[in-house]
Design a binder for this molecule. Structure first.
Ligand code: HEC
Length: 176
């Protein structure tokens, strides 16, 4: 064929141009997004995740919690998340800027956990929730005084307690 090179270049550009445009437009919109203060001169949000919770995040990933739980609160017009008490304001991209991989999830078999740390009243409640009836009881050992959390359970509980989107963001203010 005479125009093989031209054909290959055409096929390449047909794939590369839309792909590049997708990447570059997302990069232009969100690439420079960083932390922001909730009020002038205040601390920056989202807050950094404490060390134990960072370990717990890895446990959350390894046990597949993300297959049943989302971590994103939809705006009032797009679902009943706020009415259900999943959050006080919708989640925005800035909430996730410190996360190495974002655990938004795509199936909601269980409740959304974006704000679970705000709902959980005590660490004991968190451990009850982690049990899931008996599904994750293997993370605990029976002791004389009841169930003793393993290292994995303790870090997972710290992670769940750290999940909070209870600060104002420039894109989504909390109602006063
Ligand atoms: C097979 C689906 C499934 C998986 C996997 C799963 N969950 Fe759940 N989860 C649920 C359902 C359904 C509920 C609500 C009913 C209940 O409380 O048992 C729930 C409830 C919860 C709650 C209480 C939420 C609230 O608002 O009170 C927490 C916390 C939780 N799960 C954490 C986890 C963690 C951590 C993991 C991984 C170790 C996990 N889940 C894995 C389905 C799942």
């Amino acid at each position: 064929m005479k125009n093989t090179k031209l054909l290959i270049a055409g096929v390449f550009l047909t794939v590369a141009l839309p792909f590049g445009a997708l990447l570059l437009s997302s990069q232009a919109q969100l690439g420079s997004l960083g932390r922001a203060p909730a009020e002038e001169g205040g601390p920056l949000f989202p807050p950094r995740t404490p060390g134990l919770a960072v370990q717990g995040r890895a446990v959350y990933v390894s046990l597949g919690c993300v297959s049943c739980h989302t971590q994103q609160v939809r705006p009032a017009g797009q679902g009943s998340d706020i009415a259900r008490g999943y959050g006080e304001r919708p989640s925005v991209a800035r909430d996730y800027v410190l996360q190495p991989d974002v655990l938004l999830g795509d199936r909601r078999i269980g409740p959304d956990l974006a704000n679970y740390g705000v709902r959980a009243k005590s660490i004991a409640d968190v451990h009850v929730a982690i049990h899931h009836g008996k599904a994750f009881a293997f993370l605990y050992e029976s002791g004389a005084k009841g169930e003793i959390p393993s290292e994995r359970a303790a870090s997972l509980a710290a992670y769940l307690q750290s999940l909070r989107q209870d600060y104002s963001s420039p894109e989504a203010k909390l109602k006063q």
